[in-house]
Design a protein around this ligand. Sequence first.
Ligand SMILES: [Fe+2]
Ligand SMILES: [Fe+2]
Length: 373
Amino acid sequence: MSWGAPPAGRPWRALFVDDEAEVLSALAARSRKHRRDWSITTAVGGPAGLSALAGPEPYDLVVTDLSMPRVSGVEVLAEARKVQPRAVRFVLSGRSDQKMASQASLAHQIFGKPSELEEILRRASLALAVGARLQSGEVERVTSGEGIPKSPKVFAALHTALRSESYEPRMAARIVEQDINLTGRVLRIASASPLGPRRSVTSVRAALVALGRDAVEQLVLLEETLSASGPGATSEMRDHALAVARIGMRLEPGLDGVFTAGVLHDVGRLLQAEPDAPGGRHPELGAYLAALWGFPPPVVEAVMFHHDPPPNPPLLAGTLWAAERIAEAGRRGLDGAESLVGAEAAARWHEAALSLAGSEPQSVARPRQGATA
Ligand SMILES: [Fe+2]
Ligand SMILES: [Fe+2]
């Protein structure tokens, strides 16, 4: 599938707000390459940002600096949510610590300076393209509604820290430990892991050493998205997400994004007051959330198609579909897999499903290295 081109007729519109004129002129110069897909407006300072938002043209994307004199980025984000409720909201800031992340809670994603304009536009394009598939009113509900799960910012910061060349367990642990509730939940599950250490895990640093970076990162994602996100998140939903994630890893060990897609697959249910049937709207809503939060296209696609994949789906989407079916119906769920994904993958999955035998314990096994998004 291809994502990222605006609907025919008009480019997407972006507003960049920053108090440093040089930052904006550099962005404007770079943006010329993208003028077929993007029309970019710049505003120097918060007050100019607010007047741009009040103008007649709607914006698809608003990107703001955070610390600016007079009108801060937080105010720009709040105004954007009010007057441009369909717009995707990003922060592009010189600071990127945890305090800043909590200030920027209205932002869907946070980028540190310098960030590539291409990366910012690419992520926004994915969210906008997925959003274009939603029904009227659904985009606003997700981008501006109350009670929507917050983007997993601890996960995002940890993901970056764990891949940094200067990775250091103590620093990475500190990112998680700033959220006391999240830390408590992660340590509880880490201690209960059958493959973890015999003694209980009492610090995030110890969890990183004992379980490995990927496992801790995945636990943080699970806890941050499904446990702390309001009344819609039930323990059954969390257990189901974890079961699907684990089955996915058994079907295609080492496939990038398989655990992440499993954890996120039903996140769209959190946006609905009523339970949704498999053919309902939660896959699209969840895919839109995943795209807004910056997950890569294969994960977003897999969430979108987890009940109803196209023929010959991408491997991750097919795997997530199969994991969901096995979680719901055991091995019988794989009936029809061959016509969808071909004989080879279907045979592999049947064999893995046999070994699962429906008796998976409900705790986290140690995931393989390299199995994250
Ligand atoms: Fe689902
Ligand atoms: Fe599900």
